[in-house]
Design a protein around this ligand. Structure first.
Ligand code: ZN
Length: 188
């Protein structure tokens, strides 16, 4: 497969894996809109590496479409075979261990992010931008202002460990963070 055929294949693969899932917001937005948004952000800020772009499309496939170790193993083998080692390693790098409590996973993201590969760092930043935009534009119904601000603060800590590879992506994170912060404060 050439690079664009691989990206198109990954869009179809991610869409199939996330087909019955929705984002957390009140708008019931299909889950696949999120990996597509992450792909768009990386592309918009000049990233052209096919393995990074495919990793963006697949970044939540292991974390959010598997239920146990066996399924993780099966999907990992498919990703390896279809898209290669770079993509599998990047997706694994950005996947939380779901057997751990949520707070521990959040703590580990802050600690581990500075040690991630360049691909995984860029992906993390785009992922957090997309999540913050969703909190602003399509918030989960039951999230208090405090919970939204806590998410923003945590995302900033994670992203601080990932910056330094793409100046415009870094700057866009700061812009989205600041705009959302003031929007939430003004609308509470
Ligand atoms: Zn994500």
């Amino acid at each position: 497969m050439n690079n664009s055929a691989k990206i198109i294949d990954a869009i179809a693969f991610a869409t199939e894996r996330h087909k019955n899932q929705f984002r957390k917001g009140v708008g019931k937005i299909p889950y696949i809109n999120h990996p597509i948004a992450v792909l768009m952000l990386l592309s918009k800020f000049g990233e052209t590496d096919t393995d990074l772009l495919i990793s963006a499309l697949l970044h939540d496939v292991i974390e959010d479409t598997t239920k146990n170790e066996q399924e993780i193993k099966e999907i990992s083998e498919i990703i390896l075979e279809k898209y290669g080692e770079n993509v599998l390693l990047t997706v694994l790098e950005v996947s939380d261990n779901k057997s751990l409590p949520v707070e521990e996973r959040k703590r580990l993201q802050v600690i581990h992010t500075p040690k991630l590969s360049d691909r995984a760092k860029k992906l993390k930043i785009a992922d957090k931008i997309s999540n913050i935009l969703d909190i602003k534009n399509d918030p989960p119904e039951n999230w208090s202002l405090h919970r939204k601000l806590t998410y923003l603060d945590w995302a900033k800590q994670v992203v601080n460990g990932a910056k330094g590879l793409n100046k415009h992506l870094d700057q866009y994170f700061d812009q989205v963070y600041n705009e959302t912060y003031f929007y939430l404060k003004a609308n509470c």
